[in-house]
Every structure is written in C-alpha cells, then in structure tokens.
Design a protein around this ligand. Structure first.
Ligand SMILES: [Zn+2]
Length: 366
C-alpha cells in the first residue's frame, strides 16, 4: 500500500510499504480521509512539544510511518476476536489506546491512564491507504455524518470532553477566548448543554462571522477588550465559565494579550476556567489571583473519550454533529487529493490565514 514515510524531521515521501495485517483484536481500516493536526505539523518541523520523544525515537528507523490520528475510514477486515465492529462500518478514533490494566483503567478512569499509546506517534497512523488498529480507540459514526466531518470528529470529541468538564449549568454566561476549530466547538456544545449567552472573542473576522451566524455573541478583540465587554455585560460579575481556547504562544488570537490572564479577569468569583489550548511557553500566574476569586482552573486530559466512568464523548460527538448541533463542516475549507499532498497540507494547516483556511487541511484518499 502507499503510505507517507519519514526519515527525519521535515523529510517525507510517499512510498510502497507492507499493508498491515490485523491482529486478532484489531480491525483493518481503509482510510477515507485524514486531517492533519497542528501538533503533528509542528512535530514534523522538529518542535520539541508533546510526543516529541516518541517521534524522535521512531525516526531512528528508516521509512517510519508517523502521524494521522484524525481520520475516518471503513472497516474492511476484522480480527478473529473482534465482536464489536463489522466490516463496512465507518469509524474514527476519538482517543488514544489505553493500557487497560492500570488502576485508572480498571476503575473506569481511562482518561487518567499514564500508559497510553498514541495513534501516529507510538504506532503507525492513518497517513496511509490502510491502518490496522485495536478496537479500543475506535468509534463508529452514523450515515448522517459525512467523511469530511468524520475526519474532523477527533478534535470535536476532545472539545466535548472540555465542555463536559466545565460543568455548564442552565443559563450560564460562557466566554470562549479563541474562535478556532475547538473554540467554536466548545461554544456550540456549551449552548447545546444549556448555556445562556455564549460570547466568543477572536481577532479574525471570518470565525467571528460564523459564530454570529450560529447565534453566538462575537467579540472582535481588535476593536474591544473582551474582559471589558464581559464585565459590562454581566454587571461587573464576570462570566460563569471561560474557555481558554487560544493556547500555543498565547498571542495569535488576541493580538499579544495573554488570554489566560484575560480568562482570570473575565471569570466570576467561584467560576470555572477551562483550559482547552495547550500553552507552549512558561506563563506568569499569581496563585493569589486564582485563590482570591476561588476560581476552578480545569486542565482536562484531551484525546480521551471519557471524563468519568460510563461517559463516552466519542459517540456523543458523532451524535451532536449528525443532529446539526455542532456544525463542524464549516471549518473544513481545504480538501487535497492523495497522500502526495502531505507537504501542502502541512503548509495550509500551519499558515491558515495565508491560505484562507479556517481549519486544518484534509487529505482525501478514497
Ligand atoms: Zn491504564
């Protein structure tokens, strides 16, 4: 089969590799689409961020297969022991593969498992015609979800996990700083779970227009200070829940303002800050600020399907998309054909504004 293979950071090509054969507890998936994540693109460039060590280790092998954890495809073969999936079903992988034996896994808290296997980092992912995976991280999705949406479901499942962890109460005033893919998904999920007014702040016009189209309240951070707007709209109380969905180097969605500081200023006493974005650098945080307002600053593990025993954000994410509650297709703006377009997809995903992209690029295989 064809697969994107890697010899070093920044060096890739499409090569003919052995088609995987599923083990008894695995299924073989014919990949329909794969969507790059920003993390994968940064890792490809050699950034020393999450998963760097496993990627560096894998790169010591020739022609190693990396990346491709955001994908969807059709099951074409099942291992002998597989009972929960049938051939023909379309699946995606909302989370990582957890160990299944540690005390967290055994008590239903797989989201806290310290010994996970990352698809595309610790083992080959879906930047290939076929991928063989254990059933554990897979989730089937209904016909009402397109392949473009299916390949974009993984971050949606993580957004949902963040929203569930925020414990939204009916009527809550919610603020989302950063209206990118996950920010928008958190905002729409919060609304779906009963939030009252939902504000989204960003410096880019297009995401704010989409937010307004879906009944969210846009704040153009190039013109207004989001903190001042929120305090004014809440009689100086502050918001019940603030999602910090900028992450990264803390500057691109708010023009250099530190969105985490803004979150602490915009949240009410006793409110919740949900950390959606991964903050890359060191930040200054004064404990007394959190203490004086009794703020709950929640840092959920993402890439998992549960927040507590019995929860499954994988299925719920697909359901909310199928029902139209969270329109994730809005952010699929760039669809490229074939694995050869990997480099172009990296460029688009890392330079969305230059390319007029809203979300990461998707590569269409079948
Ligand atoms: Zn475990």
């Amino acid at each position: 089969m064809d697969a994107v293979v890697f010899d070093d950071f920044g060096s890739s090509r499409v090569a003919d590799v052995q088609t995987p054969s599923p083990a008894s507890d695995e299924v073989l998936v014919e990949v329909a689409r794969v969507q790059l994540s920003v993390t994968e693109c940064f890792l490809y460039q050699g950034a020393e961020i999450i998963h760097y060590d496993s990627v560096a280790c894998r790169l010591q092998n020739q022609d190693t297969q990396l990346f491709g954890h955001e994908f969807c495809g059709r099951i074409i073969e099942t291992g002998d022991e597989v009972t929960e999936f049938k051939t023909g079903e379309r699946v995606y992988a909302p989370g990582k593969i957890h160990c299944g034996t540690c005390s967290y896994c055994c008590s239903g808290y797989e989201n806290l498992c310290p010994d996970t296997v990352g698809i595309g980092y610790d083992r080959p992912g879906a930047l290939a015609e076929y991928v063989s995976l254990p059933t554990d991280p897979l989730c089937a999705f209904p016909d009402a979800v397109s392949d473009a949406e299916g390949a974009a479901l993984q971050p949606m499942a993580s957004s949902l996990l963040c929203t569930l962890d925020a414990d939204i109460s009916p009527g809550d005033t919610v603020v989302v700083l950063g209206a990118g893919v996950m920010g928008f998904q958190c905002a729409m999920s919060a609304k779906r779970f009963g939030a009252g007014t939902v504000f989204v702040a960003d410096v880019r016009t297009q995401p704010l227009e989409i937010a307004a189209d879906y009944g969210l309240n846009p704040i153009d951070a190039t013109k207004e200070n989001p903190v001042e707007v929120i305090l004014e709209m809440t009689d100086n109380l502050g918001a019940d829940v603030v999602f910090e969905a900028v992450g990264g180097e803390q500057n691109h969605a708010t023009k250099g303002d530190d969105p985490l500081s803004q979150a602490f200023e915009a949240v009410r006493r006793g409110g919740t800050i949900l950390q959606v974005g991964h903050i890359v650098d060191e930040i200054e945080l004064t404990p007394s600020v959190a203490r004086s307002k009794a703020v709950r600053w929640v840092n959920p593990q993402k890439g998992y399907t549960s927040v507590a025993p019995g929860t499954d954000t994988g299925e719920l994410a697909a359901e909310l998309v199928a029902d139209g509650d969270v329109p994730i297709a809005e952010f699929v703006t760039h669809e490229l054909s074939g694995l050869e377009s990997f480099e172009a997809a990296v460029d688009i995903t890392l330079n969305k504004e230059t390319h007029g992209a809203l979300g990461p690029a998707q590569i269409v295989l079948n």
